[in-house]
Design a protein around this ligand. Structure first.
Ligand SMILES: [Zn+2]
Length: 261
């Protein structure tokens, strides 16, 4: 089973993007207008020429490249990979071929004294934007505090699974991390977010953080304990009950009817 870029993978991308900090941008390649988002044009992107990269940030699944000029936002969709100076933190993604077809380079930046930064995206589900709106994103899932999560949950009537996937409330959680955290926390993904009591909200917070950090150590969002059971007819790795497979929040959701309540 391959990797889908969730926040764990974007954090790995951020770390290689850090190679560009301190370097000056001397080339912008934006061959694919479809890949430019939020009204950004190839002409506007030339304002990045001569700018020095000052830092990188990540909010959820959005990677930000700050410069002494504009900020660049990079999104990777389901199949986007980042390659910086020839170094690719993730060689292979689940929904993408690992062939490196030059036509799949949707965007690139060249630097003084460094190889280029490339976004390789066979399915073009990602994109880049100048000075992207960061305020529509919720708090990053690794930074959310227990009381904050509880308040956010209390304000949503959506199923808790859909709540977790809503990037405007909590940024960074994708399908696999959401199912894994709810499975570990013993919470039914179909329950209304605002039906969780204080103990359940705390438990979800604890398991969400443990899932993100634990799966990061194991090597990616596809390494969860529930992952091998994400298949029709599989049983719960905890208690052997036949798993439920439903669509919640628009995504295929696996859960255990026995221990997730
Ligand atoms: Zn179970």
């Amino acid at each position: 089973m391959g990797v889908v870029p969730e926040m764990i993978e974007i954090e790995q991308y951020r770390q290689v993007a850090d190679l560009a900090v301190g370097h000056t941008i001397n080339r912008v390649d934006a061959p694919d207008p479809w890949y430019l988002k939020g009204g950004t044009t190839a002409e506007q992107l030339t304002t990045m020429l001569g700018a020095q990269v000052t830092g990188t940030r990540r909010i959820g699944k959005l990677l930000l490249l700050d410069t002494d000029g504009p900020t660049l936002g990079l999104r990777f969709g389901m199949t986007g990979r980042l390659v910086v100076d020839g170094y690719a933190p993730i060689e292979r993604l689940q929904y993408a071929s690992h062939r490196d077809d030059p036509a799949w380079v949707r965007f690139a930046l060249g630097f003084d004294d460094l190889g280029d930064l490339r976004m390789v995206d066979p399915r073009r589900l990602g994109g880049v934007a100048l000075d992207p709106d960061e305020h529509h994103l919720g708090v990053d899932a690794l930074a959310v505090r227990p009381a904050q999560l509880r308040q956010l949950l209390a304000r949503s009537r959506a199923p808790v699974k859909a709540f977790l996937l809503d990037q405007g409330r909590l940024a960074g959680v994708g399908n696999l991390i959401a199912d894994e955290a709810l499975w570990r926390a013993g919470i039914d993904p179909a329950r209304a977010a605002n039906s969780l009591d204080a103990n359940e909200a705390r438990r979800l917070h604890r398991h969400l953080l443990a899932t993100i950090t634990g799966l990061t150590e194991r090597g990616g969002s596809h390494t969860g304990d529930l992952m091998p059971a994400r298949t029709r007819g599989a049983t719960c790795p905890k208690d052997g009950a036949p798993l439920l497979r439903r669509t919640i929040g628009g995504r295929t959701t696996y859960s255990c009817p026995q221990h997730q309540r």
